[in-house]
Design a protein around this ligand. Structure first.
Ligand SMILES: [Zn+2]
Length: 410
């Protein structure tokens, strides 16, 4: 399936050289110049490109759209622009970005009032949580109270799935986001604990104690990945307060995943897909699972999870230069695997790999998309599928030690 990704012919490592030396080598191609540039000037390139992209995305998804919201979600819709503006505000500290973020969230609030979707990435919780956090940073107490009250009105139906994009894990992530930015206990454990109980109960009902203690279904499929499966749910559970037996079940589930990886280091998309070593996406495959394994290595201080994550990162390096731009199933999302390994290990070789994926995009994405050689996303400006994700990655490349996969890592 070589047509899913570009062969990665970038060097395994390129040492940084002073800009003056690179300039003297006119034969060096533009990508190699970027890769050998000292980090400080390179991070300025990323910042400038990110802020230009952010401006354009805001114009296209908000201004030129008549300030109307068609799809409110963070995944493919207007809330993704608001989330990008919030990140731009955190990085560049321009209050205009925060103001525009709040305006867009307000429109998303109206547009999502009747929605039954309730997660951070695809539903109401994302709107109310981002609204509250933006209001907190803006010092707008009235809006903060309003959005928190609206968040607390969200009711979880019994039939809700457990996965991240549409289910309980995606609601819990919104609670964690609020507690991180507004303060511990903003959403108390009296709210989150019953949801965790339900997730554990459902997982145990389909799991097997001696094999994989927790298992879940989404539309009849037992997924493993971040978007709909085990990795995404374990990722969120690791941030919740768990009982010792629940911790063991989370660990056991992660061990089941990592022990059953393909010889290549990649992961099947689902239980049914155990012979199909194809997808290298955040949503399905090594990248999303690697982020969860890095987190498990940190939370449980377990080297085995780290080894599995490192093996997965080799797959991402070799087969993850996808012919798509976004966060969910594109190069931008895959770059975060290397950033998270860099944060966990301090090894500059992972920073280099993140830089290589980001520089590839910086140098070539616009032309490749224009020539039709790379897919610019079904929703071209969106955060998860389009160039919004690339802008987010560039913002996070400014300070790699602070980077975090949007709406997945806190
Ligand atoms: Zn995807």
């Amino acid at each position: 399936m070589a047509d899913r990704f570009f062969p990665n012919v970038m060097p395994n490592f390129v040492a940084e050289t002073p800009a003056s030396v690179a300039e003297q080598r006119p034969d060096t191609d533009s990508l190699m110049k970027l890769l050998s540039m000292p980090y400080l000037p390179l991070s300025e390139h990323f910042k400038r490109a990110a802020l230009d992209l952010k401006e354009n995305i805001a114009i296209q998804t908000w201004g030129a759209a008549g300030q109307r919201v068609h799809d409110f979600t963070l995944y493919a819709g207007t809330l993704g622009t608001a989330f990008l503006l919030f990140r731009a505000f955190q990085v560049a500290n321009h209050s205009n970005d925060l103001t525009l973020c709040s305006q867009i969230v307000k429109a998303c609030d109206s547009a999502s009032l009747g929605s039954r979707d309730l997660t951070f990435i695809c539903g109401r919780a994302g709107v109310c949580a981002l609204g509250a956090v933006a209001a907190k940073y803006a010092g707008d107490e009235r809006s903060l109270s309003y959005y928190l009250a609206k968040f607390k009105e969200i009711r979880l139906p019994r039939s809700l799935p457990d996965e991240l994009l549409y289910g309980r894990a995606g609601y819990l992530w919104a609670c964690l986001f609020l507690n991180k930015h507004i303060g511990e206990g903003t959403i108390p454990s009296s709210v989150t604990r019953p949801v965790v109980n339900e997730v554990i109960k459902n997982g145990r009902a389909l799991g097997r104690r001696d094999k994989c203690p927790l298992m879940f279904e989404w539309y009849g499929e037992r997924y493993w990945g971040a978007a709909h499966g085990l990795a995404g749910i374990m990722h969120v559970l690791m941030d919740m307060e768990l009982m010792p037996d629940e911790v063991e079940d989370v660990k056991g589930t992660l061990r089941y995943i990592s022990n059953n990886r393909f010889p290549s280091g990649n992961y099947p998309a689902s239980e049914k897909d155990k012979s199909r070593d194809v997808l290298v996406h955040w949503c399905h495959g090594a990248p999303g699972i690697a982020l969860t394994l890095v987190k498990a290595a940190r939370v449980f201080r377990d080297e085995e999870f780290l080894r599995a994550a490192i093996e997965a990162s080799e797959v991402v390096w070799n087969r993850g230069l996808l012919k798509r731009v976004g966060i969910c199933h594109g190069i931008s999302g895959n770059a975060f695997v290397f950033l998270s390994l860099y944060q966990q290990t301090g090894n500059v070789r992972y920073l280099y790999r993140a830089k290589a994926f980001a520089c590839f995009l910086l140098d070539r994405a616009h032309n490749l998309i224009a020539r039709g050689e790379m897919h610019g996303g079904d929703s071209h400006y969106s955060l998860f599928e389009g160039i919004g994700g690339m802008a987010y990655l560039f913002l996070d490349m400014v300070e790699p030690s602070e980077a975090s996969f949007p709406a997945y890592d806190l």
